[in-house]
Ligand binder design. Structure first.
Ligand SMILES: [Zn+2]
Length: 314
């Protein structure tokens, strides 16, 4: 079985044919032109996909076209209700695609697509129930239960970044306070790193990144590994909040595995060892319940494409 998987982003739209073993064919992409009407963008995408299917000799072999998009979606109707980063409002993606392409079209949230990709063919491939968290500018996520993506009513569930881990805590982008996103995103880690640097003028973090405006997510890991106390405090605090968020998912879903993606998930043992220890020591019914391992994602930038295509795989 072969399906087309498409990943819509604020810079470009990328896609590929993917087979039901997770094999990715030649990729295609087009730039995302900001300010262009969404309808025109989707028409161009449909033409691109049509040409691609011909060039790959896949006519008649495609089970469907899966699309992962950021924003608030109505997955049942194939509509992007609102996507701030794309400038899209009430865009009928599936309907516009279908003017050019006669294959079934399915739309899902980009984080859900990535989660499904990792669950089926990446770090979660040996498991039935998988939670994925993407630690980026925000915190996105996806829930796969018994091998199936759980999207909630109209596909609007699975907002794993917006569980509160600190009542009246840090301001979140969603309008509430204390969400996991406000503590576990890369943005939050950088905010806390800068705060710690201002409070500790002799911290090693200043040597690693003398320009505080250029501080990224790696500074704190590098300084902590070299024994810098201020950096270790930031990292421990980060792990505490991320751990508490993951514990909530463990206690609700009891997944086999929790997969982390995004730049921070490349930190390796410095992140995963203390995080797994934090979780092991705390989850409900510890010792009497199955272990939940937290592991890094494996598919990188392909996870969204693969997962969008996997919407058509059993
Ligand atoms: Zn929030």
């Amino acid at each position: 079985m072969i399906a087309i998987g498409i990943d819509i982003g604020g810079m470009s739209i990328k896609g590929a044919a993917v087979d039901s073993n997770g094999r990715v064919y030649d990729k295609f992409s087009m730039p995302f032109v900001k300010g262009e009407p969404g309808e025109r963008t989707i028409q161009q995408l449909a033409e691109l996909v049509k040409d691609y299917i011909v060039s790959q000799h896949l006519e008649g072999k495609i089970a469907g076209i899966g699309i992962g998009s950021p924003g608030t979606l109505d997955v049942e109707k194939g509509i992007v209700n609102y996507a701030n980063n794309l400038g899209w409002n009430d865009l009928h993606v599936a309907e516009i695609m279908q003017q050019t392409l006669s294959y079934p079209i399915r739309l899902t949230n980009d984080a859900n697509a990535a989660a499904l990709g990792e669950a089926k063919f990446g770090a979660g491939k040996s498991y039935e129930t998988v939670i994925m968290l993407t630690l980026g500018t925000g915190v996105g996520g996806g829930i796969i239960i018994n091998g199936k993506l759980y999207e909630g009513n109209q596909g609007k569930g699975g907002e794993l970044g917006h569980v509160v881990v600190q009542v009246d805590g840090e301001q979140c982008s969603c309008g509430r306070k204390g969400c996991l996103e406000a503590y576990a995103s890369a943005t939050a880690l950088i905010r806390e790193t800068k705060k710690a640097m201002y409070g500790n003028k002799r911290s090693l973090m200043w040597q690693i990144s003398p320009e505080i405006e250029l501080v990224g997510g790696k500074v704190v890991f590098e300084a902590a590994a070299k024994g810098d106390k201020a950096a270790q405090d930031v990292l421990n605090n980060y792990i505490k909040y991320l751990g508490e968020g993951i514990l909530n998912y463990c206690n609700i879903f009891r997944p086999n595995v929790v997969v982390l993606s995004g730049g921070i998930a490349n930190a390796g043992a410095a992140l995963f060892d203390p995080l797994n220890k934090y979780i092991e020591e705390r989850f409900y019914g510890y010792r009497a319940t199955p272990e939940v391992k937290v592991v890094p994602a494996e598919l990188g930038y392909d996870s969204g494409k693969i997962g969008a295509a996997a919407l058509f795989f059993k």
